[in-house]
Every structure is written in C-alpha cells, then in structure tokens.
Design a protein around this ligand. Structure first.
Ligand SMILES: CCCCC/C=C\C/C=C\C/C=C\C/C=C\CCCC(=O)SCCNC(=O)CCNC(=O)[C@H](O)C(C)(C)COP(=O)(O)OP(=O)(O)OC[C@H]1O[C@@H](n2cnc3c(N)ncnc32)[C@H](O)[C@@H]1OP(=O)(O)O
Length: 220
C-alpha cells in the first residue's frame, strides 16, 4: 500500500487556532451540560432553538475538510482535527500525551479523566471509548519510536470497570518490532496503580511513508 502523509504548513494563524480551541472547549462544556441537564421540557426546546441558530452561523462558513496534520510554529506536528487529541475537535477528550522514556522505547503517558458523556455501563466508561484512547496512545508510542503507522489489530482486556470523574493514567511503549510491524503495549490504571484496561496493538508502517525517525513531537 502507498500512502502520502502531507505535512502542510497550516494557513491559519496561531491566534485563530487559539480561538478555535476556546470554541471547542466551550462546545465540550456544552456537551457535558446537555448530558447532565435536568432542565424542564420547555426550556430544553428553547435551548435547542438557540443552538440551532449558532450551528447555522458556524455552518455558513464551513471548511471543505477538517484540519490536516500541520507543523506548528514551535515545530510540533499538530493534528487539530484529531478525534482523540484535536484542540479543534469537540469529540476529542482531549488526550494530552507526554513522552515517558522510562517505560521503554516510544514510552508515553497521559493523565485522563473521563466524563459522564463517555458512559457505557451505568457509572462506567464505555469499553469502546477506552479502546479509542488505547488505540491512539499506542499509535503515538509507535510514532515516537520512529515507526508510525496504521493500526492493524488492537486487543484489549477489560480487567476492571473504568470510572469517570476520577484521574487515571494511560501509558504505552513499544514491545517488539519486525520489519514494518510494531507491537505496542499499554494500559489504563487508577491512581493506586491498579490496572483497569490492558491493550496490545499491531501497527503497520505503510511502504511509502515519510521518514519518522526525526518526527517532531505531536500535539492536537
Ligand atoms: C490516523 C493516524 C494516521 C497515522 C499517522 C501516523 C503517524 C503520524 C505521526 C504521528 C501520529 C501520532 C500518533 C498516531 C496515533 C494514533 C494512530 C491511530 C491509528 C489509527 O486509528 S489507524 C485507523 C485504523 N486502521 C486502518 O484503517 C488500517 C487499514 N488497513 C490498511 O491501511 C492496510 O491494511 C495496512 C496499512 C494496515 C497494511 O497494508 P500494507 O499493504 O502495508 O500491508 P501488507 O498487506 O503488505 O502486509 C504487510 C504485513 O502485515 C500483515 N498485515 C497486514 N494487515 C494486517 C492486519 N490488519 N493485522 C495483522 N497483520 C496485518 C500482513 O500479513 C503482512 O505480514 P507478513 O509480512 O508477515 O506476511
């Protein structure tokens, strides 16, 4: 397979990206408020009407596509539209990933506090949301090791229910490599270190891929 990963300089000024990030954060607050609202029926309909006006205002000046990868002013590789880390994507948690070489090659960690909008089983985080976070974090570890690629397989073991509203830690590091294949292992644990989710992912680097050995740090 061939795959062109275009690292474009984004035309948007940093100040506009900051304003977009502020709108995105506000939208996340809105999502949380909607999920927990106890407002009466009439007020719900009224608020929906007000939001429809705002939605139309945004839609009237839509981009053709979401923000692509671009190199930020500090040299960081940014993906503003990403579903997990994107500062311009309300769906993103967002996950803020830090390198943690102490955990191994490509080692990364992220503090994560899930919210009620992530609910699956009552009072717990949806297993698919945990998988999303693990997929991304494992992929980030592979990229940090200079072996970025697509997820081929992702296997999870749900050890204990994952609570929301509680600070948790997600970690990952490369376990082994073979040609274009990179196996990465990771976990989500609570503050006491109790493992809640274990994950193993196989990432495959496409045949035509820009050299990642000198990849800049990645952010949303
Ligand atoms: C969305 C991000 C994009 C990635 C950007 C990466 C880096 C950018 C820099 C930083 C980014 C930072 C972090 C990234 C964070 C998260 C990553 C999220 C990743 C995703 O969210 S990604 C979406 C889900 N993912 C897909 O959408 C994949 C769809 N798929 C394909 O695009 C192809 O399928 C591909 C490329 C996987 C392989 O295609 P190919 O042509 O290169 O490989 P080929 O067939 O030649 O096989 C070669 C050897 O791999 C074995 N093999 C092949 N496929 C396998 C599989 N699935 N499972 C197990 N083994 C497999 C064969 O059996 C053979 O093995 P052997 O050599 O031993 O015979």
């Amino acid at each position: 397979m061939t795959f062109d990963l275009a690292f474009t300089e984004d035309a948007d000024a940093e100040s506009r990206l900051e304003a977009l990030a502020a709108l995105t954060r506000q939208t996340r607050e809105l999502m949380d408020a909607v999920a927990l609202t106890a407002a009466p029926e009439g007020e719900l309909a009224e608020i929906a009407g007000e939001l429809a006006v705002l939605t139309e205002r945004l839609r009237a000046v839509s981009r053709q596509s979401t923000h692509p990868f671009h190199i930020g002013s500090d040299g960081t590789l940014r993906h503003v539209g990403n579903a997990v880390i994107g500062s311009g994507n309300p769906f993103a948690l967002p996950l803020v990933i830090e390198p943690d070489p102490s955990t191994g090659e490509g080692g990364v960690r992220a503090d994560v506090t899930f919210r009620p909008i992530h609910e699956g089983p009552p009072g717990s985080v949806h297993g698919g949301v945990s998988a999303l976070i693990m997929d991304h974090l494992l992929g980030h570890a592979a990229a940090l090791a200079g072996r970025g690629g697509f997820t081929g397989t992702l296997t999870l073991r749900y050890v204990r229910r994952v609570p929301y509203g509680e600070p948790l830690a997600a970690t990952a590091a490369v376990a082994r490599t073979e040609g274009r294949k990179t196996w990465v292992e990771g976990r989500i644990a609570d503050q006491a270190g109790t493992v809640l989710v274990e994950a193993t992912g196989l990432f495959i680097t496409p045949t035509q891929w820009p050299p990642m050995r000198d990849a800049p740090s990645v952010a949303g």
